[in-house]
Design a protein around this ligand. Structure first.
Ligand SMILES: Cc1ncc(C[n+]2csc(CCOP(=O)(O)OP(=O)(O)O)c2C)c(N)n1
Ligand SMILES: [Mg+2]
Length: 328
């Protein structure tokens, strides 16, 4: 597929939005302005952006506890996402859900999720719904390497395969589940296989591993998988190898991993790499890149201003939207 220059710059812009957004959340969390817990997506931007770029409007995604990048990649509103994380009444969940409960069904975002591996059965359910309703929508399910050790991974992929569901399972293998390495030749590890995609064979679906810090590699693999799913060819597993730059959560001292490992991965920064590609192809120059960064910075500043101008939820609202009120 030959993308237009605008599309390519659009991919970079989305990655920059996530980078700036997460850097801002990091700063304000450290200053004690954000309630609850945040897990940042810094360093993993190419996965969400590359994968979501393969989707159409009628498609769906499921997300994880590390969900800001997925939401923004899928076109989630920057202001409402930021406001939710800050616990403001103008946020996606009126400030009562926080970082791990953001959803926007109008955009096909079926929700972030604090339960590791919970997105997999939800994605299978979304696939069944498309099948029953005769819709052409495809669901991308984002999940981590750690989640691929949960029963939900095996159950959902097995069912998706048996029922030929239009789901693309995108594993973000960022090398760790909290402090547990996904794989190491020696020492503690969560799995005795290097590639999570090896597991696809057990369910009779295709599985590939791609460089998750290469936005075009992710995009191409997911486009293929989406095409197959839309043509009634069933589910696929796409493993994206990447690395989270921050600790598991903000405040994690990361004593379980060597500093050199992070430095090595920073050299593979998905944004720097894609900027180089665009510059080499003369699609972007220094000035254009600066303009893009200024534009993104402006959007994040506006979102912060929106947060500042927004009220906290009123105490009288404490139980509204929390319990199901019954069908109308
Ligand atoms: C069912 C369940 N078990 C355990 C946890 C605690 N927990 C939160 S994140 C996490 C690790 C997830 O690792 P991975 O799936 O690789 O995602 P990553 O954080 O690396 O993006 C664990 C065990 C949880 N939230 N839910
Ligand atoms: Mg992980």
């Amino acid at each position: 597929m030959k993308e237009s220059n605008e599309e390519l710059v659009g991919l970079l812009e989305k990655m920059l939005v996530i980078r700036e957004f997460e850097t801002t959340v990091q700063k304000h969390f450290a200053e004690g302005e954000i309630p609850g817990f945040v897990h940042l997506y810094l360093g993993e931007e190419a996965v969400g952006v590359g994968a979501c770029s393969a989707l159409k409007e009628e498609d769906y995604i499921t997300s994880t506890h590390r969900g800001h990048g997925h939401l923004l990649a899928r076109g989630g509103d920057i202001k409402k996402t930021m406001a939710e994380i800050f616990g403001k009444a103008t946020g996606y969940n009126k400030g009562k859900g926080g970082s791990m409960h953001i959803a926007d069904v109008s955009l096909g975002i079926l929700g972030a999720n604090g339960i590791v591996g919970a997105g997999l059965p939800i994605a299978a359910g979304s696939g069944i719904s498309a099948q029953i309703l005769g819709k052409e929508s495809v669901t991308i399910c984002f999940f981590g390497d750690g989640a691929s050790n949960r029963g939900t991974f095996h159950e959902a992929i097995n069912l998706a395969s048996v029922w030929n569901l239009p789901v693309v399972f995108v594993c973000e293998n960022n090398m760790y589940g909290i402090s547990m390495p996904q794989y190491r030749a020696d020492g503690r590890k969560g799995q005795n296989i290097k590639d999570v995609s090896d597991r696809a064979v057990a369910y009779g679906i295709s599985g590939v591993t791609v460089d998750g810090n290469d936005v075009m590699a992710v995009r191409e693999a997911v486009i293929e998988a989406v095409k197959k799913a839309r043509a009634n060819g069933g589910p696929s597993l796409v493993e994206c190898k990447t690395y989270r730059w921050r600790g598991h959560f903000e405040g994690d001292p990361t004593v379980y991993r060597p500093d050199e490992e992070l430095e090595q991965w920073k050299k593979k920064d998905p944004i720097d790499r894609f900027v180089k590609v665009l510059k080499d192809q003369e699609i972007l120059d220094d000035e254009g890149y600066k303009e893009l960064r200024d534009k993104v910075k402006g959007q994040i500043d506006e979102a912060l201003q929106f947060v500042q101008d927004s009220p906290e939820p009123d105490v009288s609202e404490i139980t509204t939207d929390v319990y199901y009120g019954g069908a109308e």
